[in-house]
Design a protein around this ligand. Structure first.
Ligand code: 4AD
Ligand code: MG
Length: 472
């Protein structure tokens, strides 16, 4: 259908298959096949079509049409199909099909994740997501990065945050059992304790120390019971890791990468983004003036492309927050006094949306609020961490320069009670040919959220996994 709509000229005979979005006046079918946000209008010769067939052209039905591609008299479309033959491929009972042509709530659509993709908005979101993931690969491949598939089942907790899903093999003959004969879930993957990965970083680092520049792009899992609009239990993460890069290089890479993929999608998905922008404008109209966003979606994306991300140290950020006045309507109730505290999302949003009004890279965080593998600064209390914060999203990237000094790393692990023996292979990177290296993780769904202007992360992944959504 996309190709037909982009034809140079009329054509005597064309074919199309797709799903009926609407059927008006017993004559006009809006047909969509998922290739584009646009439907093609198919004009049915109702006088020469059986009453039975006409009755079966219902929203959701799959049909095939054959006819002539002609200039359309209707507004908003150049071509339409003058139907000569129409075949019903699959009926859709209008009494039962949930996706009727009216506005459904996002909650309702989430419960029907298998059908919501048949709506305009979700079709657009999923095409944008697909193009974005292609852009991710293209960016790194053009730069000579090697794509690495890190394990999904793993024995290590890369973030040391203990938010892991345990992997359980069904009991087999050799299943370890406790004394009372029950399955020993602590040692359950063929005798070992394993989890679903929270991050491919540690394995990625070992590859970067051989291949130089690598990236991962795969599913990651967090057993956090946080029911926010920014967290999923299963999400996709992109994790580049580069030997000999320091934190500055890491920031440059992250900024360049994000701008590249956004530019790519703005060019390739113009129609879908325009549709999503319109959808958002409608939604904004329901909000009070003060809460409406200042920029329309495409302007917001352009803004990110045309402006450098602001680089600010954690210490400077705390000063800004200390000197900020509490907001009257309490939207930003952020006062932070203590150096060393972790920033809450309202702090991050204040910095990005109210203070700097652009994407922000925060760096040099206190060591005690960050993961064990980050490189300790000379001050002995901050680490070479960086988080990238985006307007409307908060943290979109977390990364760091890694601690490449064996002794310092081991000492840190000891202090945190991380078992050296379990991470012996990771420590080997520091034992043999250690070097400065850095990397980051970008939460793919948070990027898709930003690009599509959606507000709930459950709406930018095909089948969201959250404490409420584990069906399908
Ligand atoms: O900040 P995080 O936890 O960092 C890491 O996992 C590092 N190992 C990355 C690295 O340096 N290679 O997660 C990275 C990003 C976050 O900034 C956020 O965008 C996303 O992953 N993220 C989530 N996205 C959706 N749902 C969740 N529960 C997420 N947790 C993190
Ligand atoms: Mg983080």
């Amino acid at each position: 259908i996309k190709e037909l709509l982009q034809s140079a000229d009329v054509k005597a005979e064309v074919y199309a298959k797709g799903w009926v979005r609407t059927f008006r006046n017993n004559q006009f079918v809006a047909l969509n096949d998922g290739s584009t946000i646009h439907n093609i209008q198919c004009v049915v010769d109702f006088e020469n079509t059986s009453a039975d067939t006409l009755k079966r052209i219902t929203t959701g039905a799959a049909i095939a049409v054959k006819g002539a591609l002609i200039e359309s008299k209707g507004a908003g479309q150049r071509f339409e199909i003058q139907v000569k033959e129409l075949e019903i491929l699959g009926d859709s009972d209008p009494e039962k099909f949930p996706m009727q042509p009216k506005k459904h709530s996002l909650e309702f659509l989430r419960e029907n994740a298998h059908l919501r993709v048949r709506t305009n908005a979700f079709g657009a979101i999923m095409r944008v997501r697909s193009v974005l993931s292609f852009a991710v690969h293209q960016y790194f491949q053009e730069k000579g990065f090697v794509y690495v598939n890190t394990p999904i089942i793993t024995g290590s907790d890369a973030e040391g945050a203990g938010e892991m899903f345990k992997v359980t093999a069904l009991p087999f003959d050799g299943t370890p059992r406790t004394e009372d004969g029950k399955v020993d879930y602590k040692k359950d993957f063929f005798g070992k304790e394993t989890n679903l990965t929270v991050s491919g970083q540690l394995e990625g680092e070992t590859f970067a120390m051989a291949l130089g520049q690598i990236y991962t792009f795969g599913p990651t899992f967090r057993a956090e019971n946080s029911n926010t609009s920014r967290h999923l239990a299963e999400f996709w993460m992109i994790e580049p890791e580069v030997a000999f890069n320091d934190l500055e290089d890491n920031m440059d890479l992250a900024e360049d990468f994000i701008q590249y993929v956004i530019k790519y999608v703005v060019e390739k998905c113009a129609d879908d983004l325009k549709f999503l922008e319109g959808r958002l404008l409608e939604e904004e109209k329901q909000k009070p003036q003060a809460e409406r966003s200042e920029l329309a979606l495409l302007d917001k994306l352009q803004f990110v492309l045309n402006n450098n991300f602001k680089r600010v140290s954690y210490t400077e950020a705390i000063d800004i927050l200390r000197n900020s006045k509490p907001n009257k309507n309490k939207k930003f109730n952020y006062i932070i006094d203590e150096w060393g505290a972790d920033l809450q999302s309202e702090h991050e949003r204040y910095l990005v949306e109210k203070h700097f009004k652009c994407p922000v890279i925060l760096f040099d965080y206190p060591a005690n609020i960050k993961a064990f593998y980050m490189r300790l600064n000379e001050d002995g209390k901050t680490v070479r961490a960086m988080d990238i914060l985006f307007p409307g999203i908060g943290e979109i990237v977390g990364g760091s320069q890694r601690e490449e000094r064996y002794d310092v790393l081991v000492e840190k692990m000891k202090a945190l009670g991380i078992d050296e023996e379990e991470l012996w292979w990771y420590l080997d990177t520091r034992r043999f040919g250690s070097a400065v290296h850095s990397g980051f993780g970008l939460g793919f769904e948070r990027l898709v959220l930003f690009v599509t202007g959606m507000t709930n992360i459950r709406d930018v992944i095909p089948f969201p996994r959250t404490p409420q959504n584990a069906e399908f």
